[in-house]
Every structure is written in structure tokens, then in C-alpha cells.
Design a protein around this ligand. Structure first.
Ligand code: NAG
Ligand code: NAG
Ligand code: NAG
Length: 448
């Protein structure tokens, strides 16, 4: 009797360990069920901890105390931290597991502009250094490390990074370290970010890295078109990520799927996969939906559909480089509409810089299985540029129902291709010869 109970216990421990150590289940992605929305019975307000929403008072202690309370007085089902209407200025703070950060209508959590006291953290192992500058990097304004069951939501309150001091430091070259993200989640799982407005991030807005099961929906992300590196959402070495029903207008890529940088990313070896991006609208002088350029851990199984882009640099951009290594495979872009773009589609193997001169020039990326179907654009200056790598040509690039029109510069061919193979069907203007073999019955198949 006791023995069988013990055996059962041991078995259940074994099963739990196996389950937890399995970082991401084979992706069965339906965005609606990858993270359950949780109702929290236990609720506290930032004002219970001395928070003052007058736009002046520094509320760092209030945020840290409230989150300390959630972490240490673990209430069954977790705790909701309510931010009432008002402007709550604070320094950066850490999230904890089993919490909901709830911003009421008219609530603003605003980052201090006192950059002198901003905490530093270690560089990401898959980047080997800060993305902008060698060494450590400033911690994100809102940070989560090793957390799970975290929800950031409410009635479209605002998380305001007040990034202009940081942008100016970048412009004046006075930054000492890499600028902070607005929100970064590291080694975390079961995260929902919904019904929040993100404004003026110092650097990338939302950065899940080494995460699984992350849902971002009904968010608005805003930063001026000339703000440097204000990417919208960058899933990085993460799996089962769903980004949907959102509006993003920033100074850099709206969504960029990444997985580490050159020799550091290759050594860390953590891919991004199972990424769904859908029903997104936005504009940017850079890319709409981007893969890369940091893709050294590999990027697989990405679906982007129902995307509307206005006033873009590049609509769809897959970017990598020599020294990156990494396998980029099975990307699908479907139902993408763009209006006013410099380029419709760009897939290129010569984009992005290197962390240092220790990168391996023989570490060539492999790019295969990219399907673009039902892509249409008006006022697109160049429909497509697809340039693979001489010793690693891009293969199985499939264009199906692609119509990208605009005033092509006289004397230039609409499509430019090199070191690429694939097929096309119903593409206008007529694509480059590398892609003119037609595929069977309009279906683009992905090599296994
Ligand atoms: C916040 O998290 C970072 C990274 O895990 C850690 O270095 C830092 O000490 C934490 N800060 C506080 C105030 O707990
Ligand atoms: C918040 O914004 C989202 C996305 O724009 C919208 O769908 C939703 O209705 C808004 N909710 C409230 C409470 O205003
Ligand atoms: C390709 O990716 C999609 C998600 O976009 C996934 O459903 C499908 O199973 C993947 N195909 C292969 C052959 O892995």
C-alpha cells in the first residue's frame, strides 16, 4: 500500500520533471488556448502601498512593495495589482509569478527620466554583449525573470517609457550601455499582455526572450517614426507566441522574430518557433513583419496573416547575414496588404552587423521554405528583392498571388533576385527568372 503510494508519488514527480524540462510542446497553436486568462480573487491597489498618481511622486517603493507582497504572501489563484487613473512615475521594477498588473482607464505607469540610477543587468547569453554597445545593458523598465502566470491588462491604460531622453543620448552618442526595453520577459512562460497602450519606449517595446506560451493581443504600440530602434514586439528564442489584433506604429520593425546573434546565438542554440502573427495594422519607416536579422538559433514555423501596412519601408523582410548560422524554415505570409512602401518583399543574406570580429565567416545561414500568398500592395516602389548567399542559396521560396504595384523607377527591373530558387504563380509584376517555375496547383509545399 505505502509502496504503491510512494511509487505513484515518484512517478508523478518524474512526469512533472519531464513535462517541465520539455521546454515547448510540439506546437499545436491556437492562440485562444495557449494561455488561460485567469480571474484573481485577491486584489490590491498601488495606492494601498503609498502610490500617488500625481505625475511627480516617485512610486518605485510602492511598486516594489506591492509586488513583494504578491510574491511572499502567495494567495491562491494569484493577485491583481490595480493601477487607478492617474500618472504613476516610477523607476524600473520586476514582476513576479501569479500576478495581474491591471491598468484602469486613464492609468499611466510612467518611467522616470532619471537615467543615472537605472539598473544594469548582464548581457543576454545569446547576444554575448548589449545589442548596441559592448558590456551589460540597462534593465527593461518592466522586467520579468523566470516568471509564469503573468497578465498585464486592463482598460487600455498606458505604459509610458518617456524614451526621448534615451533617444537623445543615442543621437548624441553619449549612451554608456544598451538602452532598456520597455518590457522584457526572460525565461518566462504563460504570459498574456492585452488591452494596454505602450508609448515611447527607450528601445524595443516588448521583448520576450527564452519564453514559451506568450500572448499579446489588443495592444497599441506608439513611438515617433524617427525614434531609433523602437521595435514593436520582438519574440526572441521563444516558442508558442501569439501576437494578434493590435496596432503598432513605431520608428523600427513592427514585429521582428529573432534568436540570437552570431557566435553567441549559435553557441546558445535556442530557436524561435511556433509564432503566429495575425490581424495587425501598422506603419514604420523600417519593416512590417521581420524575421531577423539576429537569427543564429534558428527560426521555424512562423505564420503571419491578415496584416495591413501603411507608409512602410519594407512590408515583409527576412534578414540574415554571413556569420549568423541558423536555420530559417517554414515561414508563411498570407493576406498582407500594404500601401506606400519602398519595398514590398525583401529576403536578404547581407543585412545586419556583427557583435565583434570573432564571428565565423563560414557560419552561413540556411533559408528554405518561405511561402508568400495573397500579398497585395499599392504604391510600392519596388515589389521584391530576394538575394541569397552564394554558398548557401535560399531555396523553396514560393510566391502565390502576389500583386505589388507602384511607380517603378525607369530602367530598373521590378524584381531583383540572386542565389535563390523557388516558384511563383499569379505574380504581378512578373517576378525574376529564378522564381518563374510554376508550382503544382497553386500550392507551395514546404520541404521536410
Ligand atoms: C530585478 O531582476 C533583475 C534580473 O533578474 C535582478 O538583477 C535585480 O536585482 C532585480 N531587482 C530587484 C529590485 O529585485
Ligand atoms: C481597448 O483597445 C482595444 C484595442 O484597440 C479595443 O478592442 C478595446 O475595445 C478597448 N477597450 C476598452 C475598455 O476601451
Ligand atoms: C509550418 O508552420 C506551420 C505554422 O505556420 C505549422 O502549422 C506547420 O505544421 C509547419 N509545417 C511543417 C512541415 O513543419
Amino acid at each position: 500500500m505505502i509502496q504503491s503510494k510512494l511509487l505513484g508519488l515518484l512517478l508523478s514527480i518524474l512526469v512533472t520533471t519531464l513535462f517541465l524540462s520539455c521546454w515547448c510542446q510540439a506546437s499545436l497553436i491556437t492562440c485562444s488556448n495557449i494561455v488561460p486568462m485567469r480571474y484573481r480573487i485577491d486584489k490590491i491597489s498601488i495606492t494601498d502601498f503609498g502610490g500617488v498618481g500625481d505625475g511627480k511622486t516617485l512610486n518605485t517603493k510602492a511598486f516594489r512593495a506591492a509586488i513583494y507582497r504578491i510574491e511572499h504572501l502567495r494567495r491562491r489563484g494569484g493577485t491583481l495589482l490595480y493601477i487607478p487613473p492617474g500618472v504613476f512615475v516610477t523607476e524600473s521594477f520586476n514582476l513576479t509569478s501569479h500576478m495581474t498588473l491591471y491598468l484602469a482607464k486613464g492609468a499611466v505607469i510612467r518611467a522616470t527620466q532619471d537615467t543615472g540610477n537605472w539598473p544594469l543587468i548582464a548581457p543576454l547569453p545569446s547576444y554575448g554583449r548589449g545589442r548596441e554597445l559592448p558590456g551589460g545593458r540597462y534593465m527593461s523598465f518592466i522586467h520579468g525573470y523566470g516568471v509564469h502566470d503573468v497578465i498585464i491588462t486592463g482598460e487600455n491604460g498606458t505604459i509610458d517609457g518617456q524614451g526621448d531622453v534615451w533617444w537623445n543620448m543615442w543621437r548624441q552618442r553619449t549612451l554608456k550601455y544598451t538602452r532598456p526595453n520597455l518590457i522584457e520577459l526572460m525565461h518566462s512562460r504563460n504570459i498574456i499582455i492585452s488591452n494596454v497602450i505602450f508609448r515611447d519606449s527607450p528601445f524595443w517595446n516588448i521583448h520576450p526572450v527564452y519564453c514559451s506560451n506568450v500572448v499579446v493581443r489588443y495592444v497599441t504600440i506608439l513611438a515617433p517614426a524617427d525614434s531609433p530602434n523602437t521595435d514593436g514586439i520582438d519574440p526572441d528564442s521563444s516558442c508558442n507566441v501569439c501576437i494578434e489584433d493590435s496596432y503598432i506604429s513605431t520608428g523600427d520593425d513592427l514585429v521582428a522574430v529573432k534568436s540570437g546573434w552570431d557566435e553567441y546565438g549559435i553557441a546558445y542554440g535556442r530557436p524561435s518557433y511556433g509564432i503566429t502573427i495575425r490581424r495587425l495594422t501598422g506603419s514604420s519607416p523600417f519593416s512590417g513583419i521581420a524575421i531577423g536579422s539576429e537569427t543564429s538559433g534558428g527560426v521555424e514555423d512562423v505564420l503571419a496573416e491578415n496584416i495591413n501596412l501603411y507608409n512602410m519601408g519594407v512590408g515583409i523582410h527576412v534578414k540574415t547575414n554571413i556569420g549568423r548560422g541558423g536555420l530559417i524554415k517554414n515561414l508563411t505570409f498570407s493576406e498582407v496588404y500594404m500601401e506606400n512602401a519602398r519595398k514590398g518583399i525583401k529576403i536578404a543574406g547581407d543585412v545586419g552587423d556583427h557583435p565583434d570580429d570573432k564571428y565565423d565567416p563560414n557560419a552561413l545561414p540556411t533559408v528554405t521554405g518561405i511561402t508568400m500568398t495573397h500579398i497585395w500592395g499599392v504604391n510600392v516602389l519596388q515589389p521584391g528583392l530576394i538575394r541569397g548567399i552564394k554558398n548557401s542559396p535560399f531555396t523553396s521560396i514560393c510566391l502565390d498571388n502576389v500583386n505589388l504595384h507602384g511607380p517603378t523607377k525607369p530602367g530598373t527591373s521590378p524584381w531583383q533576385c540572386a542565389d535563390v530558387s523557388g516558384s511563383s504563380l499569379k505574380v504581378s509584376p512578373w517576378p525574376c527568372s529564378e522564381l518563374t517555375s510554376t508550382h503544382v496547383a497553386g500550392t507551395c509545399s514546404v520541404p521536410v
